[in-house]
Design a protein around this ligand. Structure first.
Ligand code: NAP
Length: 311
């Protein structure tokens, strides 16, 4: 298990740097993606020691899971890795709605198993809450699948504290995945304290704020994808965000690291954050993100970064 960490109270162990795979086959998220590059991203991860792969039915839809399944099979590495996937989205009259019913989740697990060409999923999440299903019952359905060996751990994603508490009524929730990064720290108020107190692993999504914390954008950068419509990437807010990133660069330069690695290393100092799933659109980014493991931040640097993003 050397170099691997335990994910919360589960029996899953992984390299702390995983791969967020929404850009692998995720044409509905990022336009003009090449599936071959997506497969190369997964190959690069497998070849360089990444062991946690985060995907979902809706990435593609279906294509991210399918491409990961193909590459993992090609490499014969299923036993060595942790595959996390999610479901909740369904299409009704052409519109997306969420479904957390036990029947839907059980069917979704079977569909994901087929697309991933595997007979177990290491971590299965309810991707988003629906408005009607009792969350403890939804998680109860996943517990049945865990007892049958179809999944090894139970996750929920995008749940409020109230929904998380209901979901965890019987103590079955292993992982919470929520948006959290240096620009969006609201999870620190309630969610992170709850996960830390209850042995739940917190996996932050958008750890690089969709690239904004990657340290390579400047005031001239424009975004043709959906980031262009995100207020964080526009006008004064964008310029203010870039300034904060430049302050992180000073810390990064002083220790010979890159901004993205310092940012990722900072999250790993937080209670209940065991592993990260930065996204990547190219194999080089996957390999590059692994350099995070070489960064050791001092208490002083941890506090400095904290303060930059409090302002
Ligand atoms: P992210 O990790 O915050 O940002 C990834 C982007 O940052 C990359 O696509 C790349 O964008 C840039 N990047 C990556 N490595 C870099 C490096 N070393 N240096 C500089 N820039 C770098 O955003 P994300 O990929 O959207 O989210 C991560 C994962 O979280 C997803 O893949 C998905 O698995 C998960 N997620 C889950 C949910 C949920 O509802 N549960 C929602 C969203 C995401 P450019 O090349 O364009 O700069």
């Amino acid at each position: 298990m050397s170099g691997k960490v335990r994910i919360g109270k589960t029996d899953l162990y992984a390299n702390p740097i995983g791969l967020g795979a929404n850009a692998v086959g995720g044409h509905n998220i990022y336009p003009n993606l090449s599936e071959e590059v997506g497969k190369d991203v997964v190959r690069a991860a497998l070849e360089n020691g990444i062991t946690l792969f985060d995907t979902a039915y809706i990435y593609g839809p279906e294509r991210s899971e399918q491409l990961i399944g193909e590459v993992v099979k090609e490499k014969g590495m299923r036993q060595e890795i942790v595959i996390a996937t999610k479901a909740a989205h369904t299409f009704v009259d052409g519109k997306i709605v969420m479904d957390n019913s036990g029947k839907f989740l059980k069917n979704s697990v079977d569909d994901s198993l087929r697309r991933l060409q595997t007979d177990y999923i290491d971590l299965f999440y309810i991707h988003f809450p629906d408005e009607t299903t009792n969350k403890a019952e939804a998680v109860g359905a996943l517990k049945e699948l865990k007892d049958q060996g179809k999944i090894r751990a139970i996750g929920v994603s995008n749940f409020s504290l109230e929904q998380l508490k209901e979901a965890n009524r019987d103590g079955y929730v292993d992982v919470l995945q929520s948006e959290y990064n240096l620009f969006k720290r609201s999870a620190e108020k309630e969610l992170l304290p709850y996960t830390a107190a209850n042995g739940i692993s917190f996996i932050p999504y958008f750890p690089l704020a969709a690239g904004l914390l990657g340290g390579k954008y400047n005031r001239e950068t424009t975004f043709a994808d959906r980031r262009g419509k995100n207020p964080q990437f526009q006008g004064e807010a964008f310029l203010g965000n870039l300034e904060k990133v430049e302050q992180v660069r000073e810390i990064a330069d002083a220790i010979g690291a890159e901004v993205a690695h310092v940012v990722l290393a900072w999250y790993l100092t937080r209670d209940s954050i065991d592993v990260l799933i930065p996204g990547a659109k190219r194999p080089e980014q996957v390999v590059n993100n692994l350099k995070t493991l070489e960064v050791k931040l001092t208490q002083e640097q941890i506090g400095q970064i904290d303060r930059i993003f409090q302002a």
